[in-house]
Design a protein around this ligand. Structure first.
Ligand SMILES: [Zn+2]
Length: 295
């Protein structure tokens, strides 16, 4: 532990990063549910114009703040600063602030904000989909973003270990080890003991890499409203009909029986499940694709 700034007046800030679909929201939900920390404020950044991730945050007693339609590390940096000001001026500072970054965000660009008035840096956690990371990192359009995310990690969560053979996991770990000395924690569905993540009090990492261009170059986000009810099989068909350029899709649609269906696609893996949340009223699908341009 370095010199601690935790004097009860500054709120520690944890950043959760990692590429689209790695499992950041699952980890966030697990941390909130399992932490002893009293009042956690959660800031969720989604590049789509509806914030699906915020809708997926369950059982949170504290405040959840949504930042949508852009990325906090580039196009929404002013919105991020304004949101920190909102948190800072709350009547009582939260015991912890967790920032779920967008899947394309570079943590290095936002972590300096954790040393501004009212806050102190806790750590940056980067969630990795062990099934997809090697393929993503070998795509020249994504390699730079993914490498920068890994380089920023104080802790790596090796998520979805239940989906891969041991050899594939070993391969992912070996590759990650060529880039980072950060401790790695294996996880299924983002289940990681909050003790390993919150309150670790790291120093803000320094980076010698030059800033990159905005990732709007590499990713195209579109939202389609889904107003007609859809059966589960139809929702699956819709996800499976998306082209290979789609790296992430997520959204909700109402089923003929009135249930809310949650649609998710990560790479070529898709899933449709019933989502129990009365707050979801609009059907929509956010689709994030890779553009042909190299970033
Ligand atoms: Zn960004």
């Amino acid at each position: 532990m370095g010199p601690s700034l935790w004097d009860g007046l500054r709120s520690p800030v944890t950043f959760i990063g990692g590429y689209l679909g790695a499992g950041k929201t699952s980890l966030l939900n697990y941390l909130i549910a399992g932490s002893d920390t009293k009042r956690i404020v959660v800031l969720v950044n989604d590049v789509g114009d509806i914030n699906v991730d915020a809708s997926l945050i369950a059982n949170h007693d504290g405040d959840t703040i949504e930042l949508t339609n852009g990325c906090v590390c580039c196009s929404l940096i002013d919105g991020f600063a304004a949101t920190l000001e909102t948190v800072r001026t709350m009547p009582a500072p939260p015991d912890h602030l967790i920032v779920e970054l967008s899947g394309v965000a570079e943590p290095q660009r936002v972590v300096p904000w954790a040393s501004t008035a009212g806050f102190c840096y806790d750590s940056t956690v980067v969630v990795v989909d062990v099934d997809q990371i090697r393929a993503r990192a070998s795509d020249e359009r994504l390699a730079d973003t993914i490498e920068r995310q890994i380089d920023a990690a104080d802790v790596i969560v090796l998520n979805k270990v239940d989906l891969v053979e041991p050899a594939r996991l070993q391969d992912a770990v070996q590759w990650l080890r060529t880039r980072t000395d950060a401790p790695m924690v294996p996880a299924e569905h983002g289940h990681v003991d909050p003790v390993l993540i919150l309150g670790v009090d790291r120093a803000i990492p320094t980076t010698e890499r030059s800033p990159s261009r905005d990732h709007d170059d590499a990713h195209i986000t579109s939202t389609t409203s889904l107003t007609e009810p859809m059966k589960m099989s139809e929702a699956t068909d819709l996800l499976e009909s998306l082209g290979p350029e789609v790296v992430r899709a997520k959204g909700f649609v109402r089923a003929p029986g009135g249930e809310i269906l949650l649609l998710q696609l990560v790479g070529r893996r898709c899933g449709v499940s019933i989502h129990h949340d009365d707050a979801v009223t609009t059907g929509a699908l956010v689709v994030i694709s890779l553009s042909d341009r190299t970033c």
